[in-house]
Each structure stands twice: as C-alpha cells, then as structure tokens.
Design a protein around this ligand. Sequence first.
Ligand code: NDP
Length: 324
Amino acid sequence: MVGYRYLGNSGFKISEITYGNWITHGSQIDDDAASATVRAALDAGITTFDTADVYANLQAEAVLGRALSGQRREGLEIFTKVYFPTGPKGPNDTGLSRKHIMDSINGSLRRLGTDYVDLYQAHRFDAQTPLEETFQAFADIVRQGKALYIGVSEWTAEQLRDGHALAKELGVQLISNQPQYSMLWRVIEGEVVPASQELGISQIVWSPMAQGVLSGKYLPGRAAPTGSRATDEQGGAKFIEAFLRDEVLQAVQRLRPIAEAAGLTMPQLAIAWVLQNPNVASALVGASRPEQLAETVQASGVRLDADTLAAIDRALDGAVFDDP
Ligand code: NDP
C-alpha cells in the first residue's frame, strides 16, 4: 500500500503518490475510463487527488467529482487550483485577485461536489495583484471552511518566503509548493528546496515521469506508441514535445539496466527517485489507464542506494535540465 507523508510543517498527511488528472480526464480519456482510473488509484491506496479549474476547461474537476462521489469524504485529500482563465476572457477571469479567487473557489466546489477542498493552490504567482490581497482572500476562504490549507505552484524561493510570511501573519498555513521535478527536470534543487526546508513547505511534484518519457516507451528515432500522450493532438502532444529529443530519449534508455538491477520497472525507478528527496511530500502522477497506476504505486516505500543514484546521474549526464 502507499505510504503517507506530512505536508509541510502541518499535521496533515497525504499519500506519497497523488493522482492528478491534467490532460487525461475530460480531454484525453472518457468518463468511464476516468472513473476506472480513479477506482484503480483508490484500490492501490492513493487517497490524494489533484486537479485544477483550468484542466480540460472546467471538465476535469467535474469528472473527478463524479468519480469520487460515494467515497467517504474524510478519507480523501482533494486539491485544486486557481489562477488561469478557464474559458471566459473577462477582465477578472484570471490571476489572484480577491474577485477571481472568490468566484473560482465556489465554482470548483460545485464541480467537485464537495463542501471543501483540503488544499487550495495558487497555480502561478501573480505579479499584478498585491500579495496581501491574495493572502487575505485565501485566509477568508480558510475561515469560511472552503479550504483547509493553502499551497502554491511554481513559485520561486523569494515568492515562497514572502507568501509564507504573509500567510503566517494572517493565521493560515502555506504548506506546499507544486513544481515540476523529475530525473530530467531538477530546477528546484538549487533554491526552492533549500528555502522550503527552512520555511516548512513541502513539494508536491508534477510530471515526475516527465509525462511518460521516463517510462522508456518513447524510443529514439521511432514513432511514439499509439494512444500515448505524444500522439494526443487534442492537447497533450505539445506539452511533451520538449522531452522528445533523440539525445534525451537515448539517455533515458540507459536507465533500463539500472532499473532492472534495482528490481524495478522504469516508471517505478522514476517515482522512487523523486520520493528520495525528503522535501518531496508526494509524487503527483498521471495515468491514462488503470494498469499504469497499479505499476507506479509500487515505487512507494522503495529506497534507492547511493550506487543506483550515482548510476542514474551518469546515465543522464547532459540530458538534465536544472537551470532556474
Ligand atoms: P507524469 O509524469 O506522471 O506522466 C503521466 C503520463 O505518463 C500518463 O498520463 C501516461 O501517459 C504516462 N504513464 C504513466 N504511467 C505509465 C506507465 N506505467 N507506463 C507507461 N506510461 C505511463 O505526470 P503528468 O505530466 O501527467 O502530471 C501529473 C499531474 O501533475 C497532473 O495531472 C496535474 O495534476 C499536475 N500538473 C501540475 C502542473 C502545474 O502547473 N501545477 C503542470 C502539469 C501537471 P500516456 O499513457 O498518455 O502516455
């Protein structure tokens, strides 16, 4: 079963593998397949689910809400986000103003079919809105019981410090950041992780499998497998493109014997690697079918030894992006 970790400096525990439904629910896969994937996540012991109003233009929250209906609410940790416009292009349909936050939380709760979310996240930093306004709105939402904790996504170390100080002043807990992090994308290691450790903020890391690339299924010089994100012309293909370069794909193939020697599959090696970082509370994985999750969750509880970690770094030399 999946292990649990505390989220930041709080008493709130989340499953160390979180299931996220970007690109899959509401766009790449249909309602029945989405429900089957959520059921597979629950069966595997995942109780933490991440979505956003902007995913599939509001549909992803609704699909997740339907898939989770009937589950005991207290046994779930449900996360969503605010920032990006979801379709309408009115002047207040974006960012972290009080107006957009207040309108957005109500819509998210309605679509998710719940009275509260466990974690409400600022999907990006909004340089146009005073940070005090944003955190005052978050504090009000927490006091209204619509969200229990506050998180952010892709904030810099300095933004995290400012946000954390304000949250503390207002009596709310800013306990997480949601950045991209994988063996191939290590930007947060330089500044964000050290600052977060100091502040008591955890990382919930997205695309830990580099959108499926670290599963090893994309082979250099060969067409992408049918049904994979790289063939999803509705949206997915353009996001994964940056990883689909021959030198990256060749480096990823060098991980295959390392995974085998560790007794893991390549997807499991990728997830175990991010979970090795003590500042990571959870690997936020995607899955387009149930079998993928059944495989991935077995990375929970795995410890990679120093030789394996060094072999991974040698294999990926020159293919890692770590520039802040
Ligand atoms: P991953 O790196 O885990 O990629 C998931 C994709 O990899 C799956 O949809 C599937 O795609 C493929 N895959 C998964 N397991 C396997 C397997 N065992 N074997 C082969 N292929 C596999 O994460 P995502 O990029 O999906 O991101 C995860 C979540 O992170 C999102 O749902 C969202 O919640 C969050 N996120 C947050 C962002 C932010 O700005 N805060 C930005 C992006 C994501 P397929 O089968 O189609 O090939």
